[in-house]
Write a protein that binds this ligand. Structure first.
Ligand code: NAD
Length: 482
């Protein structure tokens, strides 16, 4: 069977890492290295299937049972998933890091703990129009079985947040996780199904295909029993989903630029950039990937970056890092070297030829706007800073570097005209002003959380309503009682 590419890096990590308080257990790590894709545990039980037809059949039966439950009971399933995620955050975060080998343990854990910020059944309110012609109800019904593709960057968080939203809306799920996170995805699915089955008598509410492959993704894309696809991932899978013959909600790639103007609070800007870009070693699709700062404040901003925990690389060190962090493809273009994606800043520093403390949060350095670190969605804790002369130049370059993904952009400024101008022109789904990127997803900001931000298809930060069909009930000439 053809498999998707393996993200597992070719070398072991040593020493404690930024934000890691305890070393991972060596036996577990060695086991994961020996069998990177072997998914243990019984097949055809607790939602684990090696065949898409069987998974869809099981999910179809489960969904019929789900919609027979009351909304209160559905709410209880959602709360059960959230509680399991929170209670198991330490263990599951470590299991995910051990398998995927990208990101940071403290943030892997936090991403699971904050799942309670994901909205559930409370979003499914019925609207009504009552008038002389009767009563009209606007209702939100489930689709049925949803085909779900999840990324390696947040395996259990994306799957769990999708489950909360989709089950709240009355759907069941067939998931095809990234092959490099298939074990931890299957583990979480098995645990969720065991708990849901024991308490609510529904088996296989969430199905997971093992081992996941391009063929199984394709079978999900084309299955007649799946009316809706929800795909979270990079450019290739986003393109494949957009070309599918059924409705797809696509949470695609980003390359979030940050603009810092001369009116910004530079201390807050630097602290926010460090916080956002260091988060899970910059694996978040919303994470700060490149900064455009005005010349008048550039040097002062860099000083603040150092104070906030950034380590400044010089030109030679940036070029040494670039040579290792990107490889030349057959298409004669530079491509991200996956061995460096989501690795610690200290690992990147080593490639740059410099030693930094293992607790270093991020590396930064000055580059041109056309540098590959600016143009590629690199998902590494190195943030390139570009010096610009005017605010308009900063905006133009920032928008160009976002490549029309319409995902996320950020600005640090106290000038309302500048904020408004950039917000209008950037035209992104998530626009964060004077804060770290994750404040846009409820972490240190207002609003709810989702790990699937639908960008090319426009649904935005997904909620249970995203996964519903609108239905109208018109009681003609009756049921108006006043
Ligand atoms: P990826 O594109 O390599 O993989 C994502 C998923 O798609 C995986 O399950 C993978 O197995 C599958 N896949 C890849 N190519 C496919 C194809 N041709 N057909 C069917 N399935 C395919 O991405 P990743 O490295 O796992 O995740 C990082 C990417 O995801 C980044 O680009 C990031 O911006 C994006 N992302 C977006 C959001 C969002 O909400 N918009 C959230 C998280 C990640």
């Amino acid at each position: 069977m053809r498999r998707l590419s393996d993200r597992a890096p070719s070398h072991h990590r040593t020493g404690p890492r930024a934000g890691e308080t305890a070393r991972a257990e060596e036996p577990l790590r060695r086991e994961a290295m020996r069998h990177p894709h072997a998914v243990s545990g019984p097949i055809n039980q607790h939602g684990i299937f090696d065949n898409v037809d069987r998974a869809v059949d099981a999910a179809t039966e489960a969904q019929k049972k789900l919609v027979k439950l009351s909304m209160d009971e559905r709410d209880q399933i959602v709360k059960l998933v959230k509680a399991m995620c929170k209670n198991n955050a330490q263990a599951w975060g470590k299991i995910e890091l051990d398998e995927t080998k990208i990101g940071r343990l403290d943030h892997k854990i936090e991403k699971l703990q904050i799942l309670e910020l994901v909205p559930g059944v409370e979003f499914l309110t019925t609207q009504a129009d009552s008038g002389s012609n009767g009563l009209c109800l606007h209702e939100y019904a489930p689709f049925g079985v949803i085909g779900v593709i999840t990324p390696v960057t947040h395996v259990i968080p994306t799957l769990s947040a999708n489950i909360v939203n989709m089950v709240a809306a009355g759907n069941s799920i067939v998931a095809n996780p990234h092959p490099s996170g298939a074990n931890c995805a299957a583990m979480a699915v098995r645990e969720y199904n065991k708990a849901i089955s024991a308490k609510f008598g529904i088996d296989h509410l969430i199905s997971c295909i093992v081992p996941p492959s391009l063929e199984s993704a394709d079978a999900i894309f084309n299955h007649r029993g799946i009316p809706l696809l929800v795909v979270t991932g990079g450019p290739a899978v986003a393109r494949a989903a957009l070309a599918a013959k059924k409705r797809a909600i696509v949470a695609g790639p980003g390359n979030p630029p940050v603009v810092v103007d001369e009116t910004a609070c530079l201390k807050n800007a630097a602290e926010s950039i460090v916080k956002g870009a260091a988060y899970d070693n910059n694996l978040l699709c919303i994470g700060e990937k490149q900064v455009f700062a005005l010349e008048s404040i550039f040097d002062k901003l860099m000083q603040q970056m150092e104070r906030a925990g950034g380590f400044i690389l010089n030109k030679q060190q940036i070029e040494a890092l670039t040579k290792q962090a990107f490889t030349m493809g057959k298409d004669n273009k530079l491509h991200v070297n996956k061995d460096f994606v989501g690795r610690d800043a200290s690992v990147l520093a080593q490639a740059a030829g410099v030693r930094v403390a293992p607790t270093t949060q991020i590396l930064v350095g000055e580059t041109n706007a056309d540098h590959v670190f600016v143009q590629e969605e690199q998902m590494m804790p190195f943030v390139p800073f570009v010096r610009v002369k005017t605010f308009d130049e900063a905006m133009d370059l920032a928008i160009q570097s976002e490549h029309g993904y319409r995902h996320t952009a950020l600005i640090h400024s106290r000038n309302l005209d500048n904020i408004t101008k950039f917000g209008r022109r950037a035209n992104v789904t998530l626009f964060v002003v004077n804060g770290a990127s994750m404040s846009g997803l409820g972490l240190g900001g207002q609003g709810y959380l989702s790990y699937s931000i639908a960008t090319p298809t426009g649904e935005g930060i997904t909620t249970p309503l995203t996964f519903t069909r609108y239905r109208r009930v018109m009681m003609t000439g009756s049921l108006r009682m006043i």
